[in-house]
Ligand binder design. Sequence first.
Ligand SMILES: CC(=O)N[C@H]1[C@@H](OP(=O)(O)OP(=O)(O)OC[C@H]2O[C@@H](n3ccc(=O)[nH]c3=O)[C@H](O)[C@@H]2O)O[C@H](CO)[C@@H](O)[C@@H]1O
Ligand SMILES: C=C(OP(=O)(O)O)C(=O)O
Length: 420
Amino acid sequence: MDKLQVRAAGPLTGEVTISGAKNAALPILMSAVLAQDTMTLGNVPALRDVNTTIALLRQLGAEVSDLVDNTLTINPATIDNCVAEYELVKTMRASIMLLGPLLAKYGHAEVSLPGGCAIGARPVNLHIHGLRAMGAEVKVEEGYVKAKVDGRLKGATILMDVVSVTGTENLMAAAALADGVTFIENAAREPEVVDLACCLNAMGAKISGAGTDVIRIEGVEQLKGVQFDVMPDRIETGTYLVAAAATRGSIVCRKAAPETLEPVLLKLEEAGARIERGDDWISLDMAGQRPKPVNIKTAPHPAFPTDMQAQFCTLNALAGGTAKVTETIFENRFMHVPELQRMGAAMELEGHTCIIEGREDLQGAQVMATDLRASACLVIAGLVASGTTLVDRIYHLDRGYELIEHKLAGLGADVVRISA
Ligand SMILES: CC(=O)N[C@H]1[C@@H](OP(=O)(O)OP(=O)(O)OC[C@H]2O[C@@H](n3ccc(=O)[nH]c3=O)[C@H](O)[C@@H]2O)O[C@H](CO)[C@@H](O)[C@@H]1O
Ligand SMILES: C=C(OP(=O)(O)O)C(=O)O
């Protein structure tokens, strides 16, 4: 298993180019099955999860090119199998996004339940509820969600009890080919939902309201293959900005989408960073100062994203004062806390809140990455800690950060991948 060796090398400085968003790319790749002909997708990040998605689509019979220069083509016309098998699905929860599109296009679909994961339970009851409301027969059997419908799905009004990003995306994609109008109420407003809606609309769908809490989808009979570029990754952007802030550095993120990470930028400003935003760039400058503590409470967009919580734990661990970080989306998303404690961080958990007393220094240690963003927060800690930090199980990191060691090295960090 690969490890990352991280040593402090002073403040991060320079420019980093942001990749396409994992959490937009995966639903868009899976919604490509809705098209009649070939989709060409650009700005697709080279990530382990993208490779898994390519393998899943090929397993269904789609013709999928390799990813070259962050571009790939998907021809779904050759799909002859609507079963997404456990072996691939278990490594990536986003696979559930195949359910709605396959069902809407082919009238049946079987997608393995992804199972629980380290950060929390991740149920799919809302996806099932919505598809049933659209007339599908859905059962959970032998670890698979099995859905079928006679003819087309029917437009329906669906109230989401809880704001669910993938749930909203699955139902929106399915409704794009349904007969009649669907309303998704209490919809997720995340920028990735908007990106998927833009892609579907380019394919000929009639979706309005994406980015608000009511999405209206007027079903159409067919969707066509188009060229579409995936939006920039706001979480990758936020991660590099926090890394720069933790090291008291000064960086510019290029090919970013500032409007998608306003809550993160506001918290970085509160931490003492000078932030400037352009159309597609963000700069951060700490002017050599130690970060100030910032209280964080995660919640659905436009509030503070759960995917940035771990990184802000590290930032607070280095801040001059005490901060509270509260997680409201996932019940078990603090597994980085014991690892950061091993590096000397002063933090305690009280239920869903982590109380962090900032320290001037952390110490390098061998630590274990437990999930994607937890891995990122340990790498950030290693950029500041004395001695050497060895982050184990970085396959988590490879799910979501394209070329992380190269991008960090470009900012002056001392980060080396040690291949097993
Ligand atoms: C709202 C939110 O911040 N969602 C995050 C979630 O998206 P992801 O799409 O993975 O998860 P959801 O948005 O669906 O889940 C949000 C909440 O809804 C609950 N739920 C979800 C579906 C369902 O059928 N039933 C149900 O009860 C979940 O247990 C969770 O507490 O993880 C992603 C990866 O970390 C993040 O990028 C998203 O920002
Ligand atoms: C946890 C994440 O992803 P996933 O939903 O694929 O597990 C994430 O993007 O932070």
